[in-house]
Design a protein around this ligand. Structure first.
Ligand code: AMP
Length: 218
């Protein structure tokens, strides 16, 4: 048997929205991922298996060729880089925006700003592109707490409805990027395993269209 193609999936919210696409593409896991502690799953396609990772690890697995294909948020690609990866397909799921946020009204007076984020590379690039001197503070979660506790003036975070920010007295301030989930492919694998990878890309592209059509028919 030739080695299976490995697709690295991002667990959590993105996984929940990826499963219907995998189903429509004929790539469903043969076991229920949610009720299992396993991390590697065979699929109904005998040549394809799935591995479940944190989003921040997906680009690394695919870049090193430990996985051939990945499903990952654009935020992770912007933060950790997309060297060695092709990005052939926007899966259109887990859409949100990367924004700066804070207490509105204060942004005009700043000359130097303390910014808390888990997206330190994105934050550094963004403030430097605006010519604002920023001291970037790395956090791993609950970014919206940082301005409340006066650890930072602003945060760079993912915003969907904005409810989390509003519940904490803050507002989204500046738009940095629109985010959605992308399919990424290891560049070397794209050459050496072209047939099966192309099959997966096309099946997922059809699944994305099918789901868009279903949604617009509602
Ligand atoms: P909201 O209150 O709807 O603006 O959601 C904001 C929080 O939900 C963010 O702090 C994120 O942690 C999380 N979130 C919302 N959408 C996404 C997404 N597409 N991917 C990852 N996290 C998200």
């Amino acid at each position: 048997m030739t080695q299976q193609l490995t697709i690295a999936l991002t667990k959590g919210r993105i996984l929940q929205q990826t499963l219907p696409l995998l189903k429509a593409a004929g790539l469903s896991p043969v076991e229920d991922i949610a009720s299992s502690r396993k991390l590697i799953f065979n699929t109904e396609h005998s040549d394809v298996r799935l591995v479940i990772l944190r989003g921040s690890d997906v680009p690394t697995y695919v870049r090193h060729g430990a996985a051939d294909v990945g499903v990952v948020g654009k935020d992770m690609l912007l933060e950790f880089g997309a060297d060695g990866l092709y990005e052939p397909l926007d899966l259109g799921i887990a859409r949100c925006r990367l924004m700066t946020a804070g207490f509105s009204g204060r942004e005009s007076v700043r000359t130097r700003v303390r910014v808390a984020s888990k997206f330190v590379n994105i934050a550094r690039r963004y403030y430097s592109s605006k010519g604002v001197q920023a001291d970037i503070i790395k956090l791993y979660g609950a970014m919206e707490l940082a301005p409340l506790m006066d650890l930072a003036d602003e945060i760079v975070d993912i915003v969907d409805t904005g409810n989390t920010l509003r519940a904490n007295g803050m507002s989204p301030l500046e738009h940095i990027a629109d985010i959605s989930t992308r399919l990424v492919v290891n560049k070397a694998a794209m050459r050496t395993r072209h047939g099966v990878i192309q099959e997966v890309i096309e099946a997922l592209a059809r699944a994305v269209e099918q789901i868009v059509d279903q949604d617009s028919a509602l």
